[in-house]
Design a protein around this ligand. Sequence first.
Ligand SMILES: Cc1cc2nc3c(=O)[nH]c(=O)nc-3n(C[C@H](O)[C@H](O)[C@H](O)COP(=O)(O)O)c2cc1C
Length: 302
Amino acid sequence: MKIPIPYNHSPLELIRTRTSVRRFNGEILAGEPRRELEHCCEALKLGPFGGACRFRLVDKRSQDSGHGERVGAYGTIWGARTYLAGAAKESDHALEDFGYLFELLLLKATDLDVSSCWLGGIFSRGRFARAIGLQEGEILPAVSPIGVPTRYRSIYDRVVRWGAGSKHRKPWAELYFDARTGTPLSPDRAGPFATPLEMVRLAPSASNRQPWRCLTDGETIHFYLQRFPGYRSINATDLQRIDMGIAMSHFDLAVEIAEIEGQWRVVDPPSIQRPDAWQKAEYLVSWVRKPRGTAGRGTAGR
Ligand SMILES: Cc1cc2nc3c(=O)[nH]c(=O)nc-3n(C[C@H](O)[C@H](O)[C@H](O)COP(=O)(O)O)c2cc1C
């Protein structure tokens, strides 16, 4: 899918530098960063599966008490006065579509030197639903504080990051598989997809579970969701499907920069052998490289 918003810095750099921040300076986001983010919210309407989403900045009227505000399932956000919230029209892939577009906005925030933190667990859904006028048939999968961090990470933030293992990402060998050789895929065998797959690897995910798995035959990259056992049941929202949308956005940003043309396609079922450890992984979508002289990128279709 063509990325519908502009970035001042290279998105690859933004992906590498974005990090979750949970302690802010207590100020409402204003000025140019606010205007630009609002402008980008307006530009994002449809996800890669064609589902409709909408996004808005929401301000908290008063300073929080200084005792923190419980809006996250496993994190407390301090001092944030502006949040990004969004709604997705219910559809088969609403969560992936939402994850894709919301991540583009959080990377835009990084581009504007503004910090954020995905919040998809238990937060005050009712409050945000009222603030954005949630309609019948819409869901509100996640929100994020948006603002300037305090100078130092709180001890709490450090504990949450340590608990989720936030700095760590799984190695290539665990995430990617080369169907041509029947072995794990290494960056030097990934050809033009080395950087796009590295950008997927660096993506944020709920509790840093990194559920994406990719299989390739060299031209097509098949995306699978490897669920963390028991994770779905502890959340009202299927957060790992949001994670998959985030992974797709990072992939698209990187292939666009590398000028590799192709499109998302749902191939049912992909005739490609998977490693034994992935037998339970759920197929989601494939990114199919464009053969010379045919149509370019579009929404994921059959
Ligand atoms: C879909 C999703 C939901 C998340 N929900 C929460 C949350 O409720 N509370 C929280 O503190 N962090 C949440 N996170 C942030 C992750 O813990 C964080 O992205 C991960 O540990 C990687 O760290 P990083 O963002 O600093 O790279 C969520 C992330 C994603 C992608």
